[in-house]
Design a protein around this ligand. Structure first.
Ligand SMILES: NC(=O)C1=CN([C@@H]2O[C@H](COP(=O)(O)OP(=O)(O)OC[C@H]3O[C@@H](n4cnc5c(N)ncnc54)[C@H](O)[C@@H]3O)[C@@H](O)[C@H]2O)C=CC1
Ligand SMILES: O=C([O-])CC(=O)C(=O)O
Length: 333
C-alpha cells in the first residue's frame, strides 16, 4: 500500500484552516489515498485546535490515518509532503494586504527555515497567508535546502472569481469558462485578464472577448475581481474563508494531478530565470501555468497588449517594493 500523504495546515484553528481540514481529511487532494494531517497553531489556540481534532475524529473519515496537532514547528513540519501555510493575521476593513507584512513576515521567515530543516525535499508549499506572494518569497529565501520549485502562492481564488464573473455575465456555469489569467500580485494591482479565455456556448468554444464588451473587461471586471476580497470583508466583517479554502484545494489538486490538455490556471511562482513576459527574477509573480507530473511551467508567448504591458509593470513594481520592505525589516539579503 502506498505511503499516506502528510499534509500540514498552519493556523488550523482559524477560519480557513477549519474549512480546509475536513475536506483534506476526507481525501479530496488525492481520492482514495490515506492522509495524516499535521495541524500547527500558536500555543494560546491549542485548546481550540483540540476541538478541531475532536470533530475530525467524529467524522470517522476512512481516509484519515492520523492527526498531529501541535504548537511546535519541528513536529508540525516533519516529513510533510504538502504545506498549506495559512496561519497569519487577516486584514480588517480599510487595510491593504501589504499592511500585514509587519505582522506576518516573521512567521514565514521561521516557517521557511522549518520547511528546510524538517519537510521532505519534494514538499509542495502553498502560501495563503497575506501578503501571499511576498510571504512565499520570504519562506523561499530562508529555506536553504529547498528550491524555488517547492514554492507557490495563491492567486487561484482570484482566478476562480474571474471564472465565476464571466460565467455569470454569459449565463453559463463556471465550468464552461477556461483560461482566464491572474497576473502579478494577490493585491489590488493584480491583473485579471480574459484576452485568452474561452467559453463553451451551445456546444461551441468561443473567445470571451467576442461575447463581452472590451470596456467592461478592462474596467469594471478588473475592479470587481481585484477588489473582491475587500468587498467580502465589508459584507461579512471577516475575510473570505470558504472560498479561500476551496481555491487552496483547487491549487494543490492541480499541482498534484496536473492541468487538463489545452487548459491553464493561475499560480504565483518565483519568477523563472528566463524572465517570462519580461518580469524580473526576485519576486513571486502570478502567471498562466500548466502542470505536468508535478512540474509547473509558465505558458509563454501569449500576446501582450499595450494595456496589459502597463498593468504588468505596475504589479511587478509593487512586488519589488514589498520585497525591499520585507527584506529590510527581516534582515534578509
Ligand atoms: N491568498 C488568498 O487568496 C487569501 C489569503 N487569506 C489570508 O489567509 C490568512 C488566514 O486567514 P484566516 O484563516 O481568515 O485568519 P484567522 O485569524 O481566522 O486564522 C488564522 C490562524 O492562524 C493562527 N496563527 C497565527 N500565527 C501563527 C503561527 N505563527 N503559526 C501557526 N498558526 C498561527 C491563529 O492563531 C489563527 O487561528 C490571512 O493572512 C488572510 O489574509 C485569506 C483569504 C484569501
Ligand atoms: O482580501 C483579503 O484580505 C483576503 C483575501 O486575500 C481575499 O479574499 O482575496
Amino acid at each position: 500500500m502506498s505511503e499516506p500523504l502528510r499534509v500540514l495546515i498552519t493556523g488550523a484553528a482559524g477560519q480557513i484552516g477549519y474549512a480546509l481540514a475536513f475536506r483534506i481529511a476526507n481525501g479530496e487532494l488525492s481520492p482514495g489515498k490515506k492522509v495524516i494531517l499535521h495541524l500547527l497553531e500558536i500555543t494560546p489556540a491549542l485548546g481550540s485546535l483540540e476541538g478541531v481534532v475532536m470533530e475530525l475524529t467524529d467524522c470517522a473519515f476512512p481516509t484519515l490515518q492520523g492527526v498531529v496537532a501541535t504548537d511546535k514547528v519541528e513536529v508540525a513540519f516533519k516529513d510533510i509532503d504538502v504545506a498549506f501555510l495559512v496561519g497569519s493575521m487577516p486584514r480588517k476593513e480599510g487595510m491593504d494586504r501589504a499592511d500585514l507584512l509587519k505582522a506576518n513576515g516573521n512567521i514565514f521567515k521561521v516557517q521557511g527555515e522549518a520547511l528546510s530543516n524538517y519537510a521532505k525535499p519534494t514538499v509542495k508549499v502553498l502560501v495563503v497567508g497575506n501578503p501571499a506572494n511576498t510571504n512565499a518569497l520570504i519562506a523561499l529565501t530562508t529555506s536553504s535546502k529547498l528550491s524555488a520549485a517547492n514554492f507557490t502562492a495563491m492567486t487561484r481564488l482570484d482566478h476562480n472569481r474571474s471564472l465565476a464573473e464571466i460565467a455569470s455575465q454569459l449565463k453559463v456555469t463556471a465550468d464552461k469558462v477556461k483560461n482566464v489569467i491572474i497576473w502579478g500580485n494577490h493585491s489590488n494591482t493584480q491583473v485579471p485578464d480574459v484576452s485568452n479565455a474561452v467559453v463553451e456556448l451551445d456546444g461551441k468554444t468561443v473567445k470571451v472577448t467576442e461575447k463581452i464588451d472590451e470596456a467592461y473587461l478592462k474596467g469594471d471586471f478588473v475592479s470587481k475581481i481585484s477588489l473582491r476580497g475587500g468587498a467580502i470583508i465589508k459584507a461579512r466583517g471577516l475575510s473570505s474563508a470558504g472560498s479561500a479554502a476551496n481555491a487552496a484545494i483547487d491549487h494543490v489538486k492541480t499541482w498534484i494531478h496536473g492541468t487538463k490538455p489545452g487548459e491553464f490556471v493561475s499560480m504565483a511562482i518565483p519568477v523563472p530565470a528566463n524572465q517570462p513576459y519580461g518580469i524580473k527574477t526576485g519576486v513571486v509573480f502570478s502567471f498562466p501555468v500548466t502542470v505536468t507530473n508535478g512540474v509547473i511551467k509558465v505558458v509563454e508567448g501569449l500576446p501582450v497588449s499595450e494595456w496589459l504591458q502597463g498593468k504588468l509593470k505596475a504589479t511587478e513594481d509593487e512586488l519589488q517594493g514589498e520585497r525591499s520592505t520585507a527584506f529590510g525589516a527581516l534582515g534578509l539579503a
